[in-house]
Design a protein around this ligand. Structure first.
Ligand code: UT7
Length: 326
């Protein structure tokens, strides 16, 4: 059975930065509050003319270059976003056009911030069953377009970014070793962004009244996140017969330092096993994890053959975890 291994990674991070001092000028907040409650200091923000498919295509091209694979050799593109340019066409088709991946099937997959893990698991099925050789996964969000900049409880959290990975069939190595995907639909209204649905209660919750902006019940999401991330990681390790000692790096969804801190205490691991960039990038939804993998590899924190554990949670509510050989 072929194994699905990462053959290349690519990212796109916009240049513009909103630091905590900027938020002090637009809402009633302080650098001290934001730092203490979230760990975030800066977030990168896309230019107004840049949409999800623009930054997604740049990350995708970077991943192809990094993998040394031609666009025509991509068999499938899976794209994840909660800020699509259109309801149709899907964003994956737009990226297919932009990068010239003329032989690729293309669809979008939405598991919110848990999407990269869901994409990786999905792509691996196609590779392991022999259907496809090269699958391009792209996670991209311009959350700045879906942020209510009048709501101090959410606007300080989000940044824009895109992260992409090429998964290729390999005869050697282990590929995806263990994984779990989960959902708790009962908690679906804890994080919302509305499309066609008219819902007076949801509109009322938003300071600006813009129903397409992200709203969340922060405390409930935090409680869910800590348990979901820690317990899911522990379960997939046990399933694989591994321990945290076998894992080179744990890369969690980068939503809030306090969530990560509580989750790793529950996992029983030290901070030096965990990769975090949220201080500099904030929460970039599904892009957090692929961007973090690419950064960790670039810094030499993970090398070929190392086992990496990724774990995330998000709107849905969803969660996911995976152990793979880099
Ligand atoms: O990836 C998607 C998943 N989303 C998340 O992971 C977010 C999870 N949740 C969180 O990160 C945290 O819940 C927040 C950072 C959003 C909020 O932190 P919290 O410790 O849960 O604060 P809180 O919502 O309980 O609010 C405490 C107080 C409130 O004031 P009162 O009612 O006690 O007077 C808020 O109005 O803090 C106030 N507050 C702020 N104060 C200054 C909320 N946001 C701010 C702010 N600056 N930016």
């Amino acid at each position: 059975m072929p194994k699905a291994r990462i053959s290349g990674m690519g990212v796109f991070i916009p240049e513009k930065v909103y630091d905590n001092a900027y938020f002090e000028t637009i809402v009633d907040t302080s650098d001290e509050w934001i730092t203490r409650r979230t760990g975030i200091k800066e977030r990168h923000i896309a230019e107004p003319e840049d949409y999800t498919t623009d930054i997604a295509s740049r990350a995708a091209q970077n991943a192809l270059d990094n993998a040394g694979i031609k666009a025509e050799d991509i068999d499938l593109i899976i794209l994840s976003t909660v800020t699509p340019d259109y309801f149709t066409p899907n964003c994956a088709c737009v990226v297919q056009k932009n990068i010239g991946a003329v032989n690729a099937a293309a669809f979008d997959l939405n598991a919110a911030c848990s999407s990269f893990i869901t994409d990786m698991v999905t792509a691996s099925q196609f590779i392991e069953n022999g259907t496809y050789k090269n699958v391009l996964i792209v996670c991209a969000d311009v959350l700045s377009k879906a942020t209510d900049y009048k709501d101090r409880g959410t606007c300080i959290l989000f940044g824009d970014a895109a992260g992409a990975a090429v998964l290729s069939a390999a005869e050697d190595g282990e590929g995806l070793i263990s994984y779990e995907l989960g959902a708790d639909g009962a908690g679906c209204l804890n994080i919302t962004q509305l499309a066609y649905r008219e819902d007076a209660e949801e509109t009322e919750k938003r300071v600006s009244g813009r129903k397409e902006t992200v709203w969340m019940a922060g405390q409930s999401v935090m409680k869910f996140a800590v348990k979901a991330m820690a317990d899911s990681s522990n379960r997939i390790l046990e399933k694989a017969g591994l321990s945290y000692d076998d894992i080179k790096l744990v890369i969690p969804h980068q939503a809030n330092y306090r969530i990560v801190d509580s989750a790793i205490k529950r996992m029983g691991i030290e901070k030096d096993k965990v990769y975090l960039h949220l201080e500099k990038q904030g929460n970039t939804s599904s892009s957090c994890i692929p961007v973090a993998i690419a950064e960790a590899a670039g810094k030499g924190l993970i090398e070929r053959g190392d086992k990496v554990l990724i774990v995330g949670f998000g709107g849905g509510l969803t969660w996911g975890s995976a152990i793979f050989e880099y």
